[in-house]
Design a binder for this molecule. Structure first.
Ligand code: HEC
Ligand code: HEC
Length: 271
């Protein structure tokens, strides 16, 4: 698993610019490349520039429109980020990246958020290398606009995790408070501070009548694959590439404590 990740990362820098380096015929120098990659990784850990040499592609009007469409209708980014006056207030505004950030940092953050900012609630959003390059190129070259103020966390005591500490239930409650409550609300009432920034109301996980119609599997799939894949709002992010299966099942069980309910009988016939 680890080796596999390293290998694919070792090849990644050439994927945006395939003409310079070929990935395939590198059987023998592979160890050299891995060593180099490890060294660069170390350098980055010590606070130096990231390893990637991402060079933004210049985009045709059609490609720019496509990037905009993907951000608007398909990817979850605007659930958490403001761009051009629209979107969420959980993460920093993306409206001024051209001015404020290095392209390689933007690319690296989208490619693997946890590697750049360990512990961030930004999930890794699965996408093809071509889409990753398109979105990063678009964001870093887009003419900057003034970030518009977003509804942000209301002052008050931090949300207390509703479970005993040190247990799996406690861990799920804490995870929900951090990663889900900004949209879904601390008690799962669909009223998180970020809800007014969204075009669709986040599901009220405390709504017993509605949640009784959802099977555990459907909830698991929505958390794992995100809204777009489930034919729902793309503002609901996919967490399957960031959280473990156990963590996602823990969240499903936690949703059942918020609604004090179970899924429909047909979905529970194995009990
Ligand atoms: C669940 C919320 C969430 C989603 C969804 C999300 N992000 Fe983020 N993002 C964040 C947060 C929070 C940060 C700030 C890092 C931190 O401190 O945790 C961030 C940071 C970033 C940064 C660095 C910005 C800077 O100024 O340093 C970029 C670029 C970025 N995100 C792009 C994206 C893109 C593109 C997508 C969609 C593919 C996306 N994000 C999806 C929450 C999110
Ligand atoms: C950026 C805002 C945002 C964040 C963060 C977020 N959600 Fe959502 N979620 C939504 C929205 C909006 C919907 C409603 C989609 C729709 O109905 O079209 C939704 C829908 C869902 C659904 C689908 C419910 C159903 O009807 O089947 C589940 C389950 C869910 N969210 C769980 C979670 C969990 C668990 C987390 C944290 C790990 C989370 N969400 C984080 C915005 C968010």
């Amino acid at each position: 698993m680890r080796a596999e990740r390293r290998l694919s990362s070792g090849c990644a820098p050439c994927s945006p610019r395939p003409r310079r380096v070929a990935c395939a015929p590198l059987e023998r120098p592979l160890s050299v490349i891995l060593a180099l990659f490890a060294a660069l990784h170390l350098a980055r850990a010590q606070g130096e520039a990231p390893a990637q040499r991402f060079i933004p592609r210049s985009l045709s009007p059609f490609q720019a429109a496509k990037a905009e469409w993907l951000l608007q209708h398909r990817l979850p980014c605007l659930g958490c980020h403001e761009l051009g006056g629209e979107g969420g207030g959980i993460g920093p505004s993306l409206s001024e990246l051209q001015r404020s950030r290095q392209p390689a940092d933007v690319y690296a953050m989208i490619r693997d958020p946890q590697a750049l900012v360990p512990g961030t609630i930004m999930p890794r959003v699965p996408m093809s290398p071509a889409t990753l390059e398109l979105i990063a190129s678009f964001l870093v070259q887009r003419e900057p606009t003034r970030p518009s103020p977003r509804a942000s966390p209301r002052p008050g005591p931090p949300a207390a995790a509703a479970g005993p500490n040190g247990t799996q239930a406690g861990a799920s409650a804490a995870l929900y408070a951090r990663s889900c409550a900004p949209c879904h609300g601390v008690r799962g009432e669909g009223d998180g501070y970020n809800a007014p920034n969204l075009p669709v109301r986040p599901t009220a996980h405390a709504d017993q009548a509605y949640m009784s119609t959802r099977s555990d599997d459907a909830l698991f799939d929505a958390i794992s694959a995100g809204g777009y894949v489930m034919n729902r709002s793309n503002r609901m992010p996919p967490f399957g590439a960031t959280l473990t299966r156990d963590q996602i099942w823990g969240l499903v069980r936690y949703l059942r404590t918020l609604c004090h309910c179970e899924g429909p009988a047909w979905s529970r016939d194995d009990r």
